[in-house]
Design a protein around this ligand. Structure first.
Ligand SMILES: NC(=O)c1ccc[n+]([C@@H]2O[C@H](COP(=O)([O-])OP(=O)(O)OC[C@H]3O[C@@H](n4cnc5c(N)ncnc54)[C@H](OP(=O)(O)O)[C@@H]3O)[C@@H](O)[C@H]2O)c1
Length: 252
């Protein structure tokens, strides 16, 4: 029996705690990786760790992912370095300060452009590549925050909701492109630097490694929408079903 072809993975936002945990899983199965983030020093540390964990090759690329004008060219360049691209993980994002974003245009723009516009443009470029190849898996990290607007995080949530609709459309499009697939991961509460200012003592909190295992599985099968962990599907079903007159009396 022949072994499955090695994965060749591009991770956008590779410094994220969830992305790093995913990269370790890919490295352990001898994948080749391009890891992209803003801090080359930190990326090189991650690259060394991934090589020690078994990655066939790791290429680190420093880039502001919200400023890149030619995502399609970047995928070609990175594919050239690692012998093609079989998986793309879009992991970068920023939570933003909800209260500040309600009056500070620049803060709101940063969150909207990072979480929606930039993520969407990278997703479209990956979809084009995989449609042409008729193979490849695009995984983007959305959020349960995109399931219902809540006063605590609705700017971030709106951007993630937009990304969710875009990924839904890409999944529909790729259904007609051989083995190409697109999956949206919707994590709930995860202990990472993004949520470092929050009280993480409740039972709903997950560790990045738990989310990484779900993302890794989604790279092989499943989707097009995967809640992480799965309990969030039912929690958000209940939250979406709350009538406004009840919702508006909550502190959610
Ligand atoms: N933690 C949660 O509870 C939770 C829940 C649902 C969804 N998510 C999503 O999960 C994904 C990963 O987040 P995380 O929880 O792992 O948080 P994290 O460790 O804070 O990672 C977020 C990463 O995004 C990077 N980033 C932001 N803007 C960027 C840009 N313009 N160019 C390059 N990199 C950029 C940050 O890089 P810098 O270090 O350079 O700022 C940071 O490494 C995000 O999409 C987030 O929205 C998280």
């Amino acid at each position: 029996m022949t072994a499955p072809p090695a994965r060749r993975v591009v991770i956008l936002g590779a410094q994220s705690a969830i992305a790093e945990a995913c990269a370790r899983r890919f490295a352990a199965e001898s994948a080749s990786l391009v890891i992209v983030g803003r801090d080359l020093g930190r990326l090189n540390e991650i690259a060394n760790d991934l090589a020690a964990r078994g990655a066939a090759q790791v290429h680190a690329a420093a880039l502001d992912l919200a400023a890149e004008q030619r995502p399609a060219e970047r995928f070609l360049e990175w594919g050239h370095r690692i012998g093609g691209v079989t998986h793309v993980l879009i992991a970068f994002g920023t939570l933003g300060d909800q209260t500040r974003m309600e009056s500070d245009v620049d803060a709101a723009r940063l969150a909207l452009e990072t979480n929606f516009t930039a993520a969407a443009l990278w997703a479209l470029a990956a979809a084009d590549l995989f449609e042409r190849q008729r193979s490849g898996v695009l995984v983007a990290i959305g959020s349960v925050a995109g399931d219902r607007g809540r006063r605590s995080n609705y700017v971030y949530g709106a951007a993630k909701a937009g990304l969710g609709v875009l990924m839904q459309g890409i999944a529909h499009r790729l259904h007609h492109a051989g083995d190409a697939r697109a999956v949206l991961i919707k994590p709930g509460l995860v202990e990472t630097p993004m949520t470092g200012h929050m009280d993480v003592s409740g039972r709903l909190w997950a560790r990045p490694e738990e989310i990484a295992a779900i993302i890794h599985r989604a790279g092989a099968k499943g989707g097009p929408v995967v809640y992480a962990p799965a309990r969030w599907r039912w929690i958000m079903l209940a939250i979406r079903a709350l009538p406004a007159f009840v919702m508006h009396h909550t502190r959610l």
